[in-house]
Design a binder for this molecule. Structure first.
Ligand code: CAA
Length: 257
């Protein structure tokens, strides 16, 4: 598939997707989401890719769902056409996805970033859920994921006022994992992704799945889930290799099995 709205590359074991609709500040239209899903599916089935990075431009990660595409939509058309159903692909990806965010990260753009496993932001990043200013509310998970990230008080503040939050505030309240200067953003994200991709792929995937269960389960059920997967890791060759390498004071050679 030739992509019109994104650029897809692999850098070593890292899959890189760059959102590329500069004329619309990377507003997320249906064609872009379909292409993004296609790219993630190809990373998922490629054993040579261990982690993905999703980024935008210096000015905008993504300024939200495409308002021009949405403006004339009706309810029945949206309902029957399953509008927004395709947006969950990022959250369903089993390999880790890092969002590298610079500039505007608004509405659906923030919702997409929150579906990733961690957000690395440049100092210029600006986060908001401004849907309220358009006569709607967030519709791609924003009302559910944002309070889980930053708590009810701040989520209400952002969702009901539509105000923008800068990268420092984003890091302070737990939305953002790291903040770096704009010129270092992609390097920082690619380096983190390469590090993750260098570990055992099934173990990384299980660790990701287990952390994500914490959003859904009670503590005791989550701990049980963790214990089950933890014990299952002792059936892998990579556990034997990782521990043997430590004992022999050498680097492990993980085989992803
Ligand atoms: N959809 C469609 N087009 C968009 C867009 C969007 N979300 N955001 C920006 N654009 C377009 C603008 O219309 C403009 O196009 P033209 O040159 O053809 O007029 C171009 O991108 C550049 O934008 P601006 O001229 O507005 O740039 P600016 O620097 O003055 O302002 C901005 C930047 C503050 C991000 C402003 O563009 C803006 O407020 N954008 C909309 C943000 C928004 O409301 N996002 C939420 C969308 S709803 C949603 O996401 C629903 C959901 O939950 C799924």
């Amino acid at each position: 598939m030739a992509f019109q709205n994104i650029i897809v590359e692999t850098r070593g074991k890292v899959g890189l997707v760059t959102l590329n609709r500069p004329q619309a500040l990377n507003a997320l239209n249906e064609a872009l989401i379909a292409e993004l899903n296609e790219a993630l599916t190809s990373f998922e089935s490629n054993p040579g890719v261990g982690c993905a990075v999703l980024t935008g431009s210096e000015k905008a990660f993504a300024a939200g769902a495409d308002v021009k595409e949405m403006a004339e939509k009706g309810y029945i058309e949206s309902y029957l056409g399953k509008f927004l159903d395709g947006w969950t692909r990022v959250a369903e990806t089993r390999k880790p996805v890092i969002a590298a965010v610079s500039g505007f990260c608004l509405g659906g753009g923030l919702e997409l970033a929150m579906m990733c496993d961690l957000i690395i932001a440049s100092e210029t990043a600006r986060f908001a859920l401004p849907e309220i200013t358009l006569g709607i509310m967030p519709g791609a998970g924003g009302t559910q994921r944002l309070p889980r990230f930053i708590g009810k008080a701040k989520a209400m503040d952002l969702i009901l006022t539509g105000r923008m939050m800068d990268a420092t505030e984003g890091e302070r309240c737990g939305l953002v994992a790291r903040v770096v200067t704009a010129d270092k953003l992609l390097d920082e994200a690619l380096t983190a992704a390469a590090k993750i991709a260098g570990y055992s792929q099934p173990i990384v995937m299980m660790a990701k799945e287990t952390v994500n269960r914490a959003q859904e389960m009670s503590l005791s059920e989550g701990v049980r889930f963790e214990r089950r997967l933890f014990l299952s890791m002792f059936a892998t060759e990579d556990q034997k290799e990782g521990m043997q390498a430590f004992i022999e004071k050498r680097k492990p050679r993980f085989q992803d099995r």
